[in-house]
Design a protein. Sequence first.
Length: 313
Amino acid sequence: MALTALGCQPSGRGSAPVAGPVTAAPPPANPRGEVVAYVGGETLRRGALWPAMVEAAGGSTLSEHVLDAMLSRRLATAGVVVGPGEIAAERRRIAASLADDEDTAARLLDELRRRRGWGPTRFDALLRRNAGLRALVADRVTVTDAAVRREHRLRFGPAYRVRLLMVRSLDEAQALRRDAAEGDLAFAELAAAHSIDPSAAQGGLLSPIRPDDTTYPQALRAAAARLAVGAVSPPVALDGGFALVYLKEKTAGQRVDPGAVRPGLEADVRRRAERVMMQQLARELIGAADVVVLDPALRRGWERQRDAATAGP
């Protein structure tokens, strides 16, 4: 996420329309930035694009600008300077999270930027923002022995590979359970046909679940831990409905000396804690901003983004 300027309202003193195709002559000078394109030789001004651009991305763009402005103030108050070294480190962190191989990581980063619309302006602002947030929270992170032990269990403990079939009502879940118990293929077909969870596209298959992984609901983790391979759980109450859980595979934990891997575990604990605190700080900064938006469409978009940004996890 980054600041992207949407431009200003035209003053009415732009260049006259150009006759003929765009290639007939080079476009006239446009020092005020009012004319942004020529369509069939006709001028297209910023003001003509404003309503659609506000609807498409005005709220998110403004929220990025607000966060950047508030973050700059907080950094200045704290006497913290974010330099090229810190920004380059953020780029390396993102790339490293995608792949270990540098060439593969670079390719995946290019693809990620394309999918998320991170052009040079927005991506540079994203890196600077992450660096600033990290600089403000880094001294507040404490890596405890308990956190390292938990990280060890997350990385090397037992793991469960499950399929999930989630529906809205308990009665529907109970009705589907009998057919769901006929095996992996039957459960996958039922999940694809009936589940309201996004995993339906993969036949309900989830990424491996570990007992201490709080990214999954406790009820789901507990259900997976109780099942034998090939068994289907009773309906499990989750946010948004009731789920059947099928245990496809269970992987035993690895016997790894905690002392031998402790440096890597500590680094992972620190990164995870920093990420949580950075998100909390971003919510705090956006929530504290005094923003008055005059354009009605932009105000609606901003309010949606602000509410989503400050809602918390």
